[in-house]
Write a protein that binds this ligand. Structure first.
Ligand SMILES: [Zn+2]
Length: 350
């Protein structure tokens, strides 16, 4: 069976990929071998395809894309006791060195040495099987589908953002951006206790999806409506306790403090290709706390737990599915940023 290979910028092919190294395919005692079932298309996958790089990571040799994945365990290393053949699982795509300083400090996600799927020189998982550390492989209960399992990776970003924000029950939050990350952040903020979440975007269809997720979500059109006025009117002119920036757009970042309450918190989630400016004076008079997040650290079990119990439902975010044979077309469509889509997923033949 073939793999989805990014040959170079703007060139994908579905082909055999003998280049994958023996080391990557060898099962160690603490590893499992997984047959991939569902892989979500992430903004970073699309950005590699359209730009050839993401931030400092440049694709210089053919690379397999994909890092949001669920599948079935087909082989278990000799020292693995918590997983068995046949288990349905999702995988955390970043593998840190457990002995590194960052790992010992409890922040392995910001260890510069993390090996992360589909980040050069590490291959992604739009391929038949992969070998992965069992410690970063999480069993899915029967109530969680493969499609939901492949949503755990983006959901983990939202859960990490809500954790960094230190949400308190009854908080009011704003989420800038109704893409996959904005919406999983809104769901995470509600699960963490927010009374109300305002979600902004430019696309009406995405706002419709946002509003459908919960009666506690209020959609706000970023250009047709005045976000700050809307939030102030709803909070007796106090403002939102938390603003999550999930657009990555410099213009959105420039205004993050406007709807923020005194003593509030801004969490920057959206990726920034270039340096951006924000209003430090507006932050100062509010004594705003500013947090930044990069991926997540050990939140997959929480995400699986919330999907299993129904505390979070990500199914409405999955707006399109493609057969693996159509994955080149899936990426072409994803690259056109269709306004009515949130998350697209690819299903591999079983
Ligand atoms: Zn992703």
């Amino acid at each position: 069976m073939k793999s989805l290979v990014m040959e170079r910028k703007m060139e994908l092919s579905l082909r055999d990929f003998p280049e994958i190294s023996k080391a990557e395919e060898t099962l160690g005692p603490r590893d499992v071998r997984i047959k991939l079932h569902t892989v979500g298309i992430c903004g970073s996958d699309v950005h590699y395809y359209t730009h050839g790089k993401v931030g400092p990571f440049e694709v210089t040799e053919p690379m397999i894309l994909g890092h949001e994945a669920a599948g079935t365990v087909i082989e278990v290393g000799s020292a693995v006791s918590h997983l068995a053949i046949g288990d349905r699982v999702c995988m955390e795509p970043g593998i840190p060195d457990p002995t590194s300083k960052a790992a010992r400090l409890g922040m392995y996600n910001i260890d510069p040495a993390v090996r992360f799927w589909a980040t050069p020189p590490v291959h992604g998982v739009l391929r038949p099987t992969c070998v992965h550390p069992a410690d970063f492989t999480f069993k899915l209960p029967d109530s969680v589908s493969m499609a939901e399992g492949a949503m755990v990776e983006p959901l983990a970003v939202g859960v990490h953002a809500a954790t960094k924000a230190r949400v308190k029950p009854g908080d009011v939050a704003v989420v800038l951006g109704a893409g996959p990350i904005g919406l999983v952040t809104a769901l995470s903020a509600l699960a963490a206790g927010c009374a109300r979440v305002f979600v902004t975007d430019l696309a009406d269809k995405k706002l419709e999806i946002a509003a459908s997720l919960s009666p506690a979500i209020t959609p706000v059109h970023a250009t047709k409506q005045d976000l700050t006025a809307t939030v102030m009117a709803a909070t007796e002119n106090w403002g939102a306790d938390i603003v999550f920036e999930a657009t990555g757009a410099p213009k959105a970042a420039a205004g993050v403090f406007q709807p923020l309450a005194p003593g509030g918190c801004v969490v920057f989630i959206g990726g920034q290709a270039d340096p951006i400016a924000y209003d430090a004076g507006a932050a100062m008079v509010r004594e705003a706390r500013v947090e930044n997040i990069f991926r997540y650290a050990h939140v997959f079990p929480r995400c699986v737990g919330m999907l299993a119990s129904g505390a979070i439902d990500v199914k409405p975010l999955i707006t399109r599915k493609f057969d693996f044979n159509d994955s080149v077309r899936a990426f072409e469509i994803a690259a056109s940023a269709p306004v009515a889509d949130v998350k697209m997923q690819i299903e591999l033949p079983q």
